[in-house]
Design a protein around this ligand. Sequence first.
Ligand code: IDP
Ligand code: MG
Length: 140
Amino acid sequence: MAVEQTLSLNKPDATRRILVCAICQVFEAAGLRIVAQKRLHLTLEQAKAFYAVHASRPFYNDLCSYMASGPIVAMVLQGEGAIAKNRDVMGATNPANAAEGTIRKLFAESIEANSVHGSDAPETAVQEIAYFFSGLELVG
Ligand code: IDP
Ligand code: MG
């Protein structure tokens, strides 16, 4: 399997509860290497642009307000099959459905405040990494 890079976000519920290191430990234990990382606070406009793919969904406005409600930590995870591996360790979108040991089972508060974002495919990984990082910031 090829080495991939994928975008991960610690969402505002995770930074608020001081869970960044605990979540990063799950990534690193799964063999995902953090090759870029920064903390930032999105504006509502920036959150809307990031989640534009969900603009027609009923939860879009609430989701964007939530994502702009506090700091996030953006990172690029690298490893063999990193996109699918990250989705595996994240767990299901709704923590009620997330498997034991996954980040969302361990930490998520609700289907909206579910602690982490992860790219879902190679194309979105490239777009989402470029939204937050320049090539110079990726240090493998
Ligand atoms: P994902 O984060 O597991 O890829 P998506 O379907 O891409 O899930 O949804 C993006 C984000 O939108 C979710 O992580 C969650 O924060 C929020 N979300 C998804 N479905 C709902 C919902 O039914 N109600 C409220 N928020 C939702
Ligand atoms: Mg998604």
